[in-house]
Design a protein around this ligand. Structure first.
Ligand code: FE
Ligand code: FE
Length: 306
């Protein structure tokens, strides 16, 4: 009893089955092994004690970074769905399977950062005071607009602009710079071991998110050519000043450009800039590659990191 319209092809019951050789399936396998930790299980006992020993400036600096992360994790949780929808509509089952773990990981990150404020800082005030103008521009305007555009425009250019905003700028530059700041302050001062553990787990999840984006954008370039690369460069350059502005906004609140815990502005800005350039050159190398080459290179990199 098939109607002429009902010519749906099922991937998994076709001779093709599931493509375990695709990079997103390798990331999916990794996510099932490494992404299953529980933010509710992190032990903050020592963190609560350490927090009492910090001075006001140090507490302020940690609360500021955590407030940027908390609203950032909320944003990426709420804003991811249009990208998943586009991929589902294109029937890319393996990519969607991986993205189910991506979204659940973002939800865990939200929970972990909120636990920090509830249990360690015990701060229930309005944390939006920490969100500067550049932060508000990226998370309040650019990110939701680029993602929601996919609901009405599924063109390769719209897809690459969304992924550049979400994965390369927000995850690849802003979040990575944030982990660097946490590592420099918490690890080197041997404080807040629960937060150190939590940040380490978040960072490991995020490395898969960025690996997916590098694959995704490379695939778009292989399928649609130079227009994707041009759109990517345009988007990254549009967002660069606001991205660096997020770092600068943090520092205008501190005298002589130095943060508590002695983390100089130019060191953080330099790190952010390096992250930006690293992502761009990884993707630029994929410009000349075919889809098969992209798949095997992504899998090789994956093996080296395993
Ligand atoms: Fe996250
Ligand atoms: Fe992420």
């Amino acid at each position: 009893m098939t109607s002429p319209q009902n010519d749906r092809v099922f991937i998994t019951t076709s001779p093709q089955g599931l493509r375990y050789d695709l990079p997103p399936m390798r990331l999916w396998n990794k996510a099932k092994r490494l992404g299953i930790w529980n933010p509710g299980d992190i032990d903050f006992t020592q963190d609560i004690a350490d927090w009492q020993q910090l001075n006001d400036d140090q507490r302020e600096a940690l609360a500021r970074s955590s407030a940027l992360f908390l609203a950032g994790e909320e944003s990426v949780t709420l804003d991811l769905l249009p990208l998943i929808l586009v991929i589902a509509r294109e029937g890319r089952l393996e990519e969607e399977m991986y993205l189910t773990s991506f979204l659940w990981e973002e939800a865990k990150h939200v929970e972990g950062f909120r636990r920090f404020f509830d249990e360690v800082a015990q701060d229930h005030t309005d944390l939006a005071r920490y969100h500067g103008p550049n932060y508000r521009h990226i998370f309040g305007e650019e990110l939701p607009a680029a993602m929601n555009r996919l609901l009405t425009d599924n063109s390769p250019v719209a897809q690459v602009r969304a992924s550049a905003t979400y994965n390369l700028i927000v995850e690849g530059v802003l979040a990575e710079t944030g982990y660097y700041g946490f590592e420099r302050t918490l690890t080197q001062n041997h404080i807040l071991p629960g937060m150190q553990q939590f940040i380490g787990l978040v960072k490991r999840d995020e490395s898969r998110h960025i690996a997916f984006a590098v694959y995704f954008i490379s695939r778009l370039m292989a399928e649609h050519g130079e227009s994707v690369w041009t759109a990517l460069q345009e988007r990254m350059n549009e967002l660069l000043p606001f991205t660096m502005g997020v770092v600068s906004d943090t520092y205008v609140t501190y005298q002589d450009g130095k943060m508590p815990f002695d983390l100089p502005h130019d060191e953080v800005l330099g790190y952010a800039m390096t992250q930006f350039q690293k992502r761009m050159s990884r993707i630029e190398r994929a410009r000349q590659q075919t889809l098969d080459e992209i798949n095997s290179i992504a899998n090789e990199l994956d093996e080296q990191q395993a």
